[in-house]
Write a new protein. Structure first.
Length: 154
């Protein structure tokens, strides 16, 4: 696997380590892989807790992604097969991911632009986020920014 794409990287949270082999978002330090028990490393390859956080007044976001596994193990569909958007403490949208390359449009609830939108990933499918694009009827003002960065309206 090549390193993670740089465009979505500022939006990614919960992934403190660089990609390692076929694992885009390891939850354990890849340099410790040789000393970790195999089952611990395998669990660390599932990107539980990895999410996208963004702010701005866009009405939706297009996410290009690649999933690499349909094997959800004993967790089944509960192992994470959807992208889920939360904003202001409530779920805004949920859309199923596809195996392989995909593009998904997720609404962001433009009424809560002062609060971050959090996009949870379909972790059981081991996704790699390729790009994020803000969507809104053609107005160049509508952008998304990583949390902590100035928004287009500031």
């Amino acid at each position: 696997m090549t390193p993670r794409p740089s465009q979505p990287e500022p939006f990614v949270r919960g992934a403190p380590y660089p990609a390692a082999g076929e694992v885009p978002y390891p939850r354990a330090n890849p340099t410790d892989r040789a000393r970790l028990p195999a089952d611990v490393w395998r669990a660390a390859t599932i990107p539980v807790g990895v999410r996208l956080e963004l702010v701005g007044d866009a009405q939706a976001v297009d996410i290009a992604y690649r999933t690499t596994s349909g094997n959800l193990g004993y967790r089944g569909d509960g192992g994470g097969i959807v992208f889920s958007v939360w904003r202001g403490g409530r779920q805004v949208a949920e859309e199923a991911a596809v195996l392989g390359d995909g593009l998904i449009r997720l609404p962001l609830d433009g009424t809560s632009i002062d609060r971050p939108a959090i996009v949870y990933l379909p972790e059981g499918m081991r996704p790699l986020i390729l790009s994020l694009t803000a969507v809104e009827g053609g107005s160049p003002r509508h952008r998304v920014s990583p949390v902590g960065w100035p928004t287009a309206t500031q």
